[in-house]
Design a protein around this ligand. Structure first.
Ligand SMILES: [Ca+2]
Ligand SMILES: [Ca+2]
Length: 369
């Protein structure tokens, strides 16, 4: 960055702030000079800057021609009265620059893993089976080139390179269009937010911001039942005995001997037994899902239900059940497909049982592709 040496003189001692900024890639670089002063001030630059169509910005945001004196390498100017108390000065207006420009670049298209996504300043992609390999954002600016070199992309507040990700851009010759390709890299199964800010190359840094969020966390937490709460029950699941009576006795426990590590045992011992082990679901009304996993039991025992609430009445509405599981001594796969009702919300999934022992392990829920 070329250094400017500034000499200031003013009659009254007061606040004068002069800042120079180099903007954008070499092709679209500017050297605006920001002057903040509440009194008339004369600024002299001694490094012989290029002067071509010098301009200043008025307090109203108009761009006007600036009177500049040149003596050898010395360049002097005073922000005019209509530029107090803050202005931006351009001594060398490049050919490509169109003024005024108060508009940020506009997002024209977003595609995730090759599929177009509805445009919004905050794009919520919801649950994805895995982190997309690439996210493509196309931006355009009506008046000026995009300052591609000043674009910023963060993933969960950090640089994509931290996750092995990268950023590439393809800019049109006039600079006014850019395709930004974000490869997020290797992200954990969790909620992620990508923040993108793209300024144009005008002196005002008009900046477009965009936020894209998604989650790759499993739809069912602790579906492999490796985590137990302090009482030995399955972490992230709630357990309950529905329609119980005085004699009801049951156990919900994480036990050894799972298909992988540990597993869930639901043991109905006595009394009225309508045993449920459930989890709230973050699923999309209208979408179809597949519940799958492994079980074994000591009788024809064990099932699953999905229950939703009507969006309008708030009352229990959708109530769909998986066919009951047959007796199986060894770990046996099961799978069940259901569609979350369009007019429902607040879905819960329950693994269920009655009298006897049923074991579940490696249970997962996936959206049907
Ligand atoms: Ca613009
Ligand atoms: Ca397990």
């Amino acid at each position: 960055m070329k250094r400017l040496i500034l000499l200031l003189s003013c009659l009254i001692l007061t606040t004068v702030i002069v800042a120079t900024i180099t903007l954008a890639a070499d092709d679209f670089a500017l050297q605006p000079i920001k002057v903040t002063s509440n009194v008339p001030v004369k600024i002299t630059i001694s490094s012989g800057p290029t002067v071509n169509q010098p301009l200043y910005r008025t307090a109203q945001g108009e761009w006007k021609i600036l009177k500049v004196e040149q003596t050898g390498k010395l360049v002097s100017f005073s922000p005019p009265a209509d530029a107090l108390a803050s202005t931006v000065i351009l001594l060398n207006k490049p050919k490509w620059l169109t003024l005024p420009d108060d508009e940020a670049p506009v997002v024209q298209a977003i595609s995730v893993g090759g599929s177009a996504v509805e445009l919004s300043e905050t794009v919520k992609l919801g649950h994805l089976p895995e982190t997309p390999e690439s996210i493509l954002v196309t931006l355009g600016d009506a008046k000026n080139p995009i300052a591609a070199s000043r674009m910023a992309v963060s993933i969960d507040g950090r640089e994509p390179a931290v996750f092995g990700g990268k950023l590439e851009f393809d800019q049109s010759k006039d600079g006014k269009h850019v395709d930004v390709t974000i490869s997020p890299g290797d992200l954990a199964e969790a909620v992620h937010t990508i923040f993108i800010s793209v300024p144009d190359a005008s002196p005002g840094f008009n900046t477009c911001t965009l936020q894209i969020s998604f989650t790759t966390a499993p739809l069912l937490a602790n579906g492999n039942f490796e985590q137990a709460d302090p009482k030995g029950g399955p972490l992230h699941w709630t357990t309950s005995t529905w329609s119980q009576n005085a004699e009801t006795k049951a156990e919900f426990k994480v036990v050894d001997g799972g298909r992988s590590g540990k597993c869930l045992m639901i043991h109905g011992i006595a009394g009225s037994l309508n045993l449920v082990c459930g989890q709230a679901l973050d699923i999309i009304p209208g979408a179809t899902y597949v519940l799958s996993g492994y079980y074994k039991n000591d009788a024809n025992l064990g099932t699953a239900s999905v229950i939703g609430k009507n969006k309008e009445t708030g009352k229990q509405d959708q109530y769909d059940g998986m066919p009951g599981l047959q007796q199986a001594d060894d770990w046996t796969p099961f799978s069940w497909e259901f569609t979350a009702r369009e007019d429902n919300t607040g879905f819960n999934l329950y693994l269920r049982s009655g009298a006897g022992k049923v074991y579940f392990d490696d249970v997962k829920l996936e959206r049907k592709q």
